[in-house]
Design a protein around this ligand. Sequence first.
Ligand code: CA
Ligand code: CA
Length: 290
Amino acid sequence: MRQLQPHLKILALGMLGLLVACGQQPTTDPLSKADAQKLKDSLVQSNKYLVAAIASPSGVVTTNTAGGLSLPSPVANLILASGLPPQSINCTASETPPKAQQQDLDNDKIPLQATYRVDCTVGDTRLRGGIVLRDKDDNNPASGYTIDTDQYELTLNTGKSNESGVKLDLDLDVTWNNPNYAVRYNFNFEIYGSDGRFGTTYAYTATYVPDNAQTPFAAGTFNYEGSLDFRTATKLYRLTGKATDLKFSNTCKETFVGGSWNLEDTRGNKLLVVYNACNNVTVTYNGEAL
Ligand SMILES: [Ca+2]
Ligand SMILES: [Ca+2]
């Protein structure tokens, strides 16, 4: 064993070096316009997943789009947010425990806990991953829920030289705080393809004020602030973010439908995302349209 020790030391030093290399410090460089464009793409593409995960627990989406399973709407919506056409989607899917064994005492269609795994293909597009859904309180239909994705990935042109895709790690925690909700987003979204690999990471707790307390996830308003990390191949930007009166409506599957999201780098450069209406978003960088 003694003879191994120098090797172990070298190994330990090597690993330490690796850890230092991975722990990239945020840059103080101004956000370049090219990177601002990538950040815009990331925000706009990721938007639909944020919107999808908020769904009316009372409205179960009965669908054959995921291997014939009838899924709770936050789960079905997340799968449909991939943009795969529901008619031609071909999935293998599993549900644990099986539906017949799932507990739902408050009948809010959110099981006490269930895990869904899907593997879907349409042509050379593939979606796979896991989603765990939990009721915050299975004796209270207004309680809220948590949804966590696991190794969730959408690949386009699978196996080809122009393969591209997105990886999503979304942990969402919706907690009732009568009459409003606290919504915790823990979000990591990565895009890869011909533009390289870039991603956004953030963790915010938003306040969510429903328009109507009887149907809390039909429509409402989000407000939150915090930092957002944007990684490119060479840089890590840490931006401050403030979302003001983001209007959510479950009639819009693509985007928020009102309000704005302001992101600012360490030099005061501003990326402003304005939601005009459903799927109608204006993004400017220091006042210039992107
Ligand atoms: Ca329940
Ligand atoms: Ca409940």
